[in-house]
Write a protein that binds this ligand. Structure first.
Ligand code: ATP
Ligand code: MG
Length: 390
């Protein structure tokens, strides 16, 4: 019977020198978690390639292959036929294994890679033999070494030879978990899920914080946030979500502070609470979906005012991006259609008619003096409710 495996190539990982082994271990752990629901399999690594081998007939190769697109750290992946390290076996079973891949194309070339230098044939010799065999079997094909529609690869490795056609580009980035953990401040909008995805792509594991202001915001808005996090967790793995009760704080701000500062003070409160929650859950930074100049609270003076209350770095991966660019990623991760559903966010409650666009820290401190900040924060932190999204 033909045994098929998945071959995975590391991307940036290859550059990590001594850390490489740790990075690969994290990536393998992420792959295992991702594939667990789909049957028994074994994962091995050798020479910057990871192989996934099905261990029973129930293992669904095409689902497994699809899942690989969600694993950061993978540069490229493909399925491949496992052959003996014997040219006769490669030439007798390889061509028929490639039937599907070659049926829709007219031109191909063969690339041979030989990491086992004791193999009796050189790479050009292997390519030539395989090419000849394919031309004999598939009369519609011709060889095009410069611009082939399909690249057939024969790899001779330590324990086996692999035959494959083409490969799929992986998600890139670094394995989630290799860059520590950060907390995404998630609203129901377009930008924050994209920001979360972008940081996960750089290896950051995620935890999430959402501010809800019932009855001004509906349970459906919270549900929307969960659905967005589900899309992100396809890449990042499970996310612990804390939902912070924010009604009292917003009402107090609306009642006691000057209107033009409502949004800034609200954001300062969000940041203070987020830093505490983030620290409690082992996070090293906050993440927001802010983009420079997008709204009044995202000008440089406004960002300075919100950062002033933060006790950890605030990562804003979308800061230099246009809405168009953000939307492109939002669609790619399948979040866009959820984000555009119309539900109130707490940010849209009590919005000032003329928000302050060049605030100073001193003005803000003055404007929020009427609040019992510590008491408000500790009640919000104490009453935050946690659950997992995956
Ligand atoms: P988004 O599209 O992510 O909602 P936005 O452009 O609407 O962003 P704002 O509403 O000003 O911008 O919010 C800026 C950032 O503040 C968001 O990207 C998000 O990180 C955070 N944020 C806003 N509202 C909330 C909320 N209710 N809970 C948690 N974080 C929030
Ligand atoms: Mg928003």
């Amino acid at each position: 019977m033909n045994k098929e495996i998945i071959l995975i190539k590391n991307g940036e990982l290859a550059l990590k020198g001594l850390n490489r082994s740790t990075f690969e271990e994290v990536m393998i752990k992420n792959i295992k978690r991702k594939l667990k629901p789909f049957g028994n399999f074994s994962v091995k690594r050798a020479q910057s390639t990871i192989t996934i081998e099905p261990m029973d007939d129930n293992f669904d190769m095409s689902i497994a292959l699809e899942q690989m697109q969600y694993i950061f750290g993978i540069a490229a992946f493909s399925k491949a036929l496992v052959c003996e390290k014997d040219i006769n076996d490669i030439l007798s079973r390889g061509p028929s294994y490639l039937a599907d891949a070659l049926s829709g194309v007219k031109t191909f070339k063969v690339e041979a890679k030989r990491s086992d230098k004791s193999f009796p044939l050189t790479s050009p010799e292997i390519s030539k033999l395989m090419g000849g065999e394919l031309l004999k079997k598939y009369k519609h094909l011709s060889v095009d070494v410069h611009n082939p529609e399909c690249v057939v690869t024969v790899e001779i490795r330590d324990f086996a030879a692999y035959v494959r056609a083409g490969q799929i580009r992986g998600a890139g980035g670094l394995p989630v978990g290799t860059a520590g953990k950060a907390a995404i401040l998630i609203s129901g909008g377009i930008d924050s899920p994209v920001a979360a995805y972008m940081m996960a792509k750089r290896g950051v594991a995620l935890s999430a914080i959402h501010f809800a202001s019932p009855p001004y915001t509906s349970p459906r808005a919270e549900q929307k946030v969960r659905e967005l996090l589900e899309k992100v967790s396809a890449y990042s793995g499970p996310i612990r979500l804390g939902v912070v009760p924010f009604t009292e704080i917003q009402e107090q701000i609306a009642k006691n502070c000057p209107e033009e500062f409502f949004t800034l003070i609200m954001r300062r409160m969000m940041m203070r609470i987020s830093c505490i929650l983030a620290e409690n859950s082992g996070c090293l930074a906050l993440i927001t979906g802010e983009s420079l100049g997008q709204v009044a609270s995202q000008t440089l003076p406004a960002l300075a005012v919100t950062d002033e209350v933060c006790t950890m770095p605030v990562l804003r991966p979308a800061i230099g991006m246009d809405k168009e660019e953000i939307i492109k990623i939002s669609k790619k991760i399948d979040a866009f259609d959820i984000s555009i559903q119309p539900y109130e966010d707490c940010c849209t409650v009590f919005t000032p008619k003329h928000p302050k666009t060049r605030p100073t820290v001193l003005q803000c401190i003055e404007a929020e003096k009427a609040l019992d900040i510590d008491a408000l924060i500790s009640r919000a932190v104490e009453n935050t409710e946690f659950s997992y999204v995956e």
